[in-house]
Write a new protein. Structure first.
Length: 266
């Protein structure tokens, strides 16, 4: 959507997400929330416990209370929740729009009007403590790389480097494909398994696959069939995927400018 409208994407971090929201008196937040008096705190009376009136990190209700707090405020300043994503808020004024996307304490803001964006930032700062990180280049472990043609590529170079190092493949030789088509893998009934972190590696690859690397989907799906009793040949197939990633760290999902969209339908 950002590229279709020629918008820039700004990144803000909320400093008080989950902590600081008032606990409700009804619904799932109803009831007393008692905690032992912290060590070193001196009170006038001999209290054994204290009742929480604000959510704190680690409280099971904290995430829900925070979401309700943010949602209530954003809607009060004229935003509407998208019918397609409850984390996306949309505001349209005189044909211009501003979009707010929230994930816990990360807030992305973009829009077709600099004035609307500035007003939204000001409104949010009056209610929440925020840190302005400027133009968004890295969010939720995903890097946003601008292209010379106006495109944006979502990639995870840092994550690829991390998992290559974690599984001892950071110095491996690259290959041009994630699957060796001349090799046919079959399940094994052998009593012994390969001495390798097979499941952990496949899980790490699945995370990458679902976020920004659909090009390894077939290969990851193939090796995941052998999670129950992996053998050496199965582990070799997993390592081939790592070798493919070694040479394609900058690959990702590329978004290019396209047609205008009707934000009123979101």
């Amino acid at each position: 959507m950002m590229l279709m409208e020629g918008m820039d994407l700004g990144h803000r971090s909320l400093d008080e997400a989950e902590g600081g929201s008032t606990l409700g008196e009804t619904g799932v937040e109803a009831g007393n929330h008692l905690r032992a008096v912290p060590e070193g705190v001196e009170l006038d009376s001999n209290f054994d416990c204290l009742e929480l009136v604000k959510a704190i990190y680690g409280l099971k209700q904290a995430s829900r209370v925070w979401n309700e707090t943010f949602d209530e405020f954003v809607c009060s300043i004229g935003f509407q929740v998208s019918a397609f994503d409850p984390c996306l808020y949309i505001k349209v004024v005189d044909g211009h729009c501003v979009l707010v996307l929230v994930y816990v304490d990360d807030v992305l803001i973009t829009g077709s009007s600099p004035e609307l964006i500035a007003r939204t930032k000001t409104d949010l700062k009056t209610r929440f403590e925020m840190t302005d990180s400027g133009k968004c280049a890295f969010v939720l472990g995903i890097e946003l790389v601008d292209g010379p043609d106006g495109s944006v590529t979502m990639c995870q170079r840092r994550y690829v480097d991390d998992i290559l190092k974690r599984f001892g493949m950071d110095e491996c030789k690259a290959v041009v494909s994630p699957v060796d088509m001349s090799t046919r893998l079959v399940p094994s009934d052998a009593a012994t398994k390969v001495n390798a972190p097979f499941r952990e590696a496949v899980g790490a690859l699945m995370h990458l696959m679902t976020a920004t690397r659909p090009d390894i989907a077939y290969a990851v799906g193939y090796v995941s069939r052998f999670m129950e009793n992996p053998q050496e040949e199965h582990w070799v197939a997993v390592k081939r995927i790592f070798r493919y990633l070694q040479g394609t760290k900058t690959h990702g999902i590329c978004f290019k400018p396209g047609n205008k969209i009707d934000f009123l339908r979101l």
